[in-house]
Ligand binder design. Structure first.
Ligand SMILES: Cc1cc2nc3c(=O)[nH]c(=O)nc-3n(C[C@H](O)[C@H](O)[C@H](O)COP(=O)(O)OP(=O)(O)OC[C@H]3O[C@@H](n4cnc5c(N)ncnc54)[C@H](O)[C@@H]3O)c2cc1C
Length: 355
């Protein structure tokens, strides 16, 4: 590629990637994205990891995506990925019951196997429960140090990640051996969009004949999550969160009723989770989920630093608290000093019925 065209291509990538913070440097290699799928499509957090992978400023690099599991939905997801996203050059499919559930041991061995044959320079996954479960084990098997929770990419070896519960951003340079393993904060990289142009990435089956038979000691038992009628907390456009002030699981139903009316996901503080009002998969914060919805409504939430770490990137924050000095008001765009037991019933009464 002529130098001018090459530079143009790199600039184009930089412009299309909002989290690209860097200079135009070169790398040589290819990238693997370990992705989750559901219902025949790649899940949104993995699409964010794919978007991040396209931010690496090397026009000659290729992005492969690894999908694993079994059944028709795996193959549907592979065809969909291969035809919908021009930035994907190859889809690798590992079809086996061993990967039906996201258990870290078999998945890590799979990624290790794929890395062995592909020699990727970078391996990406979302920093959600899937990526956080699998990638540290992959890094240990490959004897490299992972960089977690990346929010920005400066160049192919330099990344930005939050520290001190999101109160500071740290720029880190990876100087270890290949591959560079990264987990990506999905809220910092808008999910890769489907293209109207048709794409024909190749689809290949991963040869599992050399996969280690000993796939670890963990056994999958079951998975429970919020009902299908509610949007997923990590990707919802609106989140309604309740804190300790709700006082009981029974009262927390007020938050659920409001979320229902707004078509929102329900969130909770750790204090509300610890008190048993709601299960811990609803916790937002440093040790819970990181969310960045268009609207975040917090009721009876003090705004502890560990909670803010999980929601401060929300576009509009609304807080209702009966203490005018509550720290949540420092990050809120709209604040109401009031009693949530009066405010929520009034909102429920005045908001129109969900269509
Ligand atoms: C290592 C570590 C990790 C943590 N991780 C997380 C995390 O991921 N997520 C998280 O949320 N926390 C986390 N925490 C806990 C965090 O420090 C706080 O304790 C927690 O967020 C407080 O929850 P809260 O706001 O519901 O409760 P409180 O701090 O008790 O606040 C309740 C608020 O409700 C208001 N209030 C009371 N009654 C009413 C009423 N009737 N109407 C309106 N307002 C009312 C009060 O004024 C108060 O501001 C972590 C702590 C540690 C040490």
């Amino acid at each position: 590629m002529a130098a001018r065209a090459l530079l143009g291509e790199i600039k184009k990538r930089a412009v299309s990637c909002p989290a690209f913070r860097g200079h135009y440097t070169f790398r040589h290699g290819s990238t693997l994205v370990v992705a989750e799928h559901e219902g025949g499509v790649i899940k949104p957090p993995s699409l964010s990891a794919l978007a991040a992978a396209t931010c690496l400023p090397d026009p000659d690099s290729s992005v492969s995506v690894l999908l694993a599991g079994s059944g028709p939905s795996l193959h549907q997801a592979a065809s969909h990925a291969a035809s919908s996203y021009p930035s994907i050059s190859k889809v690798l499919v590992a079809d086996s019951d061993k990967f039906k559930n996201p258990l870290a041991e078999p998945w890590a061995k799979l990624v290790h196997l794929v890395q062995h044959s592909g020699g990727y320079s970078h391996i990406f996954a979302a920093a959600n429960s899937f990526g956080k479960n699998i990638m540290p084990r992959v890094a240990a098997l490959l004897d490299v140090s992972p960089i977690t929770d990346v929010t920005g990419i400066s160049d192919s070896n330099t990344f930005v990640r939050p520290i001190y519960a999101g109160n500071a951003l740290c720029t880190v340079r990876y100087t270890g051996a290949s591959p560079c393993i990264l987990t990506i904060r999905s809220t910092s990289f808008p999910a890769l969009q489907k293209s109207v142009d048709s794409n024909e990435a190749s689809i290949s089956q991963v040869d599992l004949s050399t996969l280690d038979e000993d796939l670890g000691r963990s056994t999958y038992i079951s998975q429970s999550s919020q009902g299908d009628e509610r949007p997923d907390l990590g990707n919802a456009r609106v989140v309604v969160t309740g804190g300790r002030a709700l006082k009981s699981a029974e009262n927390f139903k007020l938050i659920e009723a409001l979320a229902e009316k707004l078509g929102a996901a329900v969130g909770a503080t750790r204090a509300a989770v610890d008190a048993g009002y709601v299960p811990n998969d609803l916790q937002v914060g440093q040790t819970g989920k990181i969310v960045a919805p268009e609207l975040y409504m917090a009721f009876g939430v003090s705004g502890a630093i560990q909670h803010l770490a999980g929601m401060r990137d929300s576009k509009v924050i609304v807080a209702v608290n009966n203490d005018a000095d509550a720290p949540i008001f420092q990050v809120a765009d709209y604040g109401l000093v009031g009693d949530l037991f009066e405010v929520i019933p009034e909102l429920l009464e005045k908001l129109p019925e969900k269509k």
